[in-house]
Design a protein around this ligand. Structure first.
Ligand code: SF4
Length: 330
């Protein structure tokens, strides 16, 4: 990806994030660069603990008290935001950058009716009157497929199923008409049928509203269906990036290849899924050299001592010594 992106809503440049844990500074994100162009769905994949969610929290100014941005830049619509105060972040979080997390119940206030959630958000961000906000709430609940939206406005979160609560969260988020939606495992807690419905809904509304999406998931099937571009993370580093079609048809990094080989294919003639061997190393004991060398079937002596940079051919970047060095364009 390019160093400078004139049409990107979000650019992350050489971001490093540390957490203070047990009197140790752990580097959780290392030197990560990622750009999200307008009107694009960017998928961010990797195993649990690869740093996907911390990347999102860094963008949103929501790192926990023991975490901080050690270096790098986060550029939102041309403005550096990594040093923003909480008050500054509140002007863009929710309004310009919408959030949908895995557990909608954690984001909905149990003592607020659904319409109260809309009234509070729309008053705060747009100065809507109560009547305007309730009209907007009804419109959005209807759009996300809540039956009898008008009647259900006065209901409380516990009166809805988990899938319906996730739809309500999406409705609340989209009512803000964000330029970027960050969806962190938005369907992970839902059963498969509801997952498909929610993802189709997100895809339809995204196209209609012309927003960009950062979709975080460990599920490569979801990423393949939904994303225009895909970035792969391993132990806090970006190891490969490409348009989705390219990444799935021609994965280069051995980690991406292993992730793809682990997806079960519903065809008796297809090769059996291969489980990625070994465990993700602890951040306390980050391997020297290439972080993946302890699990890589193609590791070479150099991989144990030197760290590969992310190099790119046209529109496809990979951080691995198996590929010749070319100047990175992200
Ligand atoms: Fe494997 Fe070496 Fe490439 Fe790392 S740099 S992915 S260890 S071949």
């Amino acid at each position: 990806m390019r160093q400078h992106c004139g049409t990107c809503v979000l650019e992350i440049k050489q971001l490093s994030v540390q957490f203070h844990v047990n009197q140790t500074q752990l580097t959780v994100i290392r030197n990560l660069s990622l750009s999200i162009p307008d009107n694009t769905v960017m998928g961010l994949v990797g195993e649990s603990g690869s740093g996907k969610s911390v990347t999102a929290l860094s963008v949103l100014g929501l790192l926990p008290p023991n975490g901080h941005i050690e270096s790098g830049k986060i550029i939102w619509n041309g403005t550096e935001i990594q040093g923003f105060s909480d008050a500054d972040y509140r002007t863009i979080r929710g309004r310009d950058i919408g959030l949908v997390f895995q557990n909608p119940l954690a984001s909905l206030n149990p003592v607020f009716s659904i319409q109260d959630h809309f009234v509070e958000m729309l008053r705060l961000h747009f100065g809507h009157t109560r009547t305007q906000a309730i009209q907007e709430a009804e419109y959005w609940l209807d759009r996300v497929g809540i039956p009898d939206a008008h009647k259900r406005l006065r209901d409380y979160p516990h009166q809805f199923s988990l899938g319906m609560c996730q739809r309500i969260m999406i409705a609340l988020t989209l009512a803000m008409k964000p330029k970027l939606l960050i969806a962190d495992e938005p369907t992970a807690s839902l059963d498969v049928t509801i997952q498909v419905q929610i993802l189709e809904l997100l895809q339809d509304l995204r196209a209609e509203l012309g927003m960009s999406v950062l979709l975080i998931s460990h599920d490569l099937g979801v990423i393949a269906q939904q994303c225009d571009r895909v970035a792969v993370m391993y132990l806090g580093e970006l190891v490969e990036w490409a348009p989705a079609e390219t990444l799935f048809s021609n994965p280069k990094h051995p980690y991406t290849q292993a992730l793809l080989a682990s997806i079960p294919i519903p065809d008796p003639k297809a090769p059996k899924p291969q489980r990625l061997s070994g465990e993700l190393p602890s951040l306390y004991k980050r391997p020297a050299g290439c972080a993946f060398h302890t699990r890589c079937p193609q590791a070479m002596p150099v991989c144990k001592t030197s760290r590969p940079d992310l190099h790119s051919a046209v529109n496809h970047a990979v951080g691995c010594f198996l590929y010749p060095k070319e100047p990175a364009n992200q």
